[in-house]
Design a protein around this ligand. Sequence first.
Ligand SMILES: NC(=O)c1ccc[n+]([C@@H]2O[C@H](COP(=O)([O-])OP(=O)(O)OC[C@H]3O[C@@H](n4cnc5c(N)ncnc54)[C@H](O)[C@@H]3O)[C@@H](O)[C@H]2O)c1
Length: 281
Amino acid sequence: MSTGFTGKVAVITGAGSGIGRALAVNLAGRGARLALSDVDRDGLEATAVRCEARGADVREDLLDVTEREAVLAYAAEVKAHFGTVHQLYSNAGIAYYGEVWREAFKDIERVLDVNFWGVVNATKAFLPHLIESGDGHVVNVSSLFGLITLPAQSSYSASKFAVRGFTESLRQEMLVARHPVRVSCVHPGGIKTSVARNAMVADGLDPDSVARIFDRRMALHSPEMAAETIVEGVRRQRARILIGGEAKLFDLLNRVAPTGSQRFWAWYSRFLAVAPRKGTA
Ligand SMILES: NC(=O)c1ccc[n+]([C@@H]2O[C@H](COP(=O)([O-])OP(=O)(O)OC[C@H]3O[C@@H](n4cnc5c(N)ncnc54)[C@H](O)[C@@H]3O)[C@@H](O)[C@H]2O)c1
């Protein structure tokens, strides 16, 4: 199996913004052929224009990763269009902020639907094509919160821990079956994207406050740096791709002191507390 990108067909979900867009532009510069999708038509178009300016062969589709039948049909269309599929980057995702006692069941389900089931739908839809290519790679985007937890992140963490478990087991299956598919799980730290501005928050909490705290205190790295780290990790066939020094440090802390670190984050989260919406308790 090769580790190059030239001529490879790469599928990226959530390509209309942030890490997905930066990944598309990075892979375009490396000569990959791209199947880009998102629910955001304008964002997707803007990404495609930038990739085409780099000379890439680009296919763009409006696709909601939670719609299983549409994802299955999309995989067949991408295969028919390019003749093969080598790499799947399951990147589409949404953030959520809210304590368990505030969260509505429907919000928890929505976060799991997009972040976990979206990854499952895309992985199952593309896996046969990746195996058939003889040179496949599944790249599923989890999070630092797929390694550690913070208060008010139960749904998001549940979805990202689930992505990690699903992805690590898939990797083992590919090894056992000797299928020609490598598998990587990506754990970004804080990346400066629209993720917090696009986030869902529990009723009664102020969404602007979530975005401000994320932008000021957590978003440390550019999407371009995140994309370069992911692509380098893919090239080096890394099973785990951690993005940012804080992701590596907090992962280490969690492994050295799994319960003590929970108390530390509970204490630290007081500095990240989100204000209630005006007029609510
Ligand atoms: N930004 C960070 O700090 C950070 C940290 C850890 C993990 N991540 C993960 O990285 C991934 C990319 O996030 P980002 O920071 O670039 O955010 P972003 O909001 O800038 O981009 C996410 C993209 O996903 C798309 N999307 C949302 N729901 C979708 C759906 N149902 N179907 C298809 N597309 C959908 C959005 O339209 C958007 O274009 C997400 O999975 C996120 O959870 C981000």
